[in-house]
Write a protein of this length. Sequence first.
Length: 463
Amino acid sequence: MAAAVLAVATVAPSPRADAATGSTVASYLSAISGLRTVAGVHNKEPLTRPTAYTDQARAMSGRTPGLWGGDFSFGGDATSGVDADRSVLVDAARSQWQAGSLVTLMWHMCPPTGPAACDWDSGVKGHLTDDQWTALTTDGTALNATWRSRMDAVVPYLRMLRDAGVEVLWRPDHELNDNWAWWGGRPGLHGSQALYRMTHDYLTGKGLTNLVWVWSVKDVDTAAFADYYPGDAYVDVAGLDSWMQAFPSDDTYARMLAVAHGKPVALTEVSRAPTPYQLSRQPRWSYFMIWSEYLTDPAYNTPAGVTQTLAARRVLTQGEIRLASPPASPVTDVTNAALGRPAYASSVDAAGREPDRAVDGDGTTRWSSAYADQQWIYTDLGQDMPLTSVRLTWETAFAKQYQVQVSDDQQTWTTVFEDDHGDGGVDTIALAGRRARYVKVYAWSRGTPWGYSLWELSASVTA
């Protein structure tokens, strides 16, 4: 099945003179823009474990992300340098492509002012002087020659992928507008834009017709995105690394669409898996890539949340990417917007029965209150949403009388449903698109001698 999935792309793409022409992957991302989004995970160093985080995503969700990310990296010892395990990385990229995933590669390159292998703080996060930047971006200088030799070191690996028919979403000099790395945050004639264009022209000149050029910025100083755009001829995909905002604001999204000039846009780095609802609100993101260790950090992601996103109908995972026949119509998902969200309660009767247990998607865990009337639990959905229904799955300790309330500010609550004859079990309350950010269950009369207990509190929206 995997071979059929990428049947078109297993033939090496035809040569192209510049970006934005002739790429099967770029055309595919354009075709799905607004309809579907490919789910991805980055796999950071060490290069000896090039699928570590992709494997973890599959273990969490039962699905393999449809985009595999890797890094040519910066480290290495004095003997082998950074080349020691790059062949392992290339093998992984080829295997992921053949299994039905897209491939994206980046490079935390060491500055040409030092050795080819470096450490993070003094190397990748180093800085060049004005004179060094001028020399770097001027043909014929020693610094420019060193930079070219660094480029030459990765050319053989990219050619291996070309010869295997693998198109690479290639993201050099990422976060071009931020100065945390030596290559970024420097506008002007001899600055970051010039370096990106040099990289493009040099590698294209080496016959690397399989590179899909991904230009990316970070969500800082968003009004200045265009100051770092290298030009349409140098970009196939415009990417955003969303770190300051857990999910891009509508303003940031609009700025990315404006700077992309109709090209596909992507969330090239995120800490949290976007929810299906978020992707439906900003449907032009053609793919997202969760950054490595954040995937399993409970402060950012939960197994239930990752599973919900990867299982959504609008999200594409490994085996669902058919380059020859991209999806032609949008889909509608009914999504539990409360899943994995923060939850709060008036009381808890025992450890292990905290309010977050009622929004974790696990039907064997529950919230349970103190043994008293007038208790409540509510969840923060993160943003205003059109609610289609609220579903309450009661444990034995149910509410005889309760209300469902909604709020936009956690201060003023509006009752949208009231039941004076509750009998436990499962209650589904239709809300017909009522918009709210917070959803509360306020119970004032118990149906048993115990308190109130919910296996699950879910809030459905139509994405």
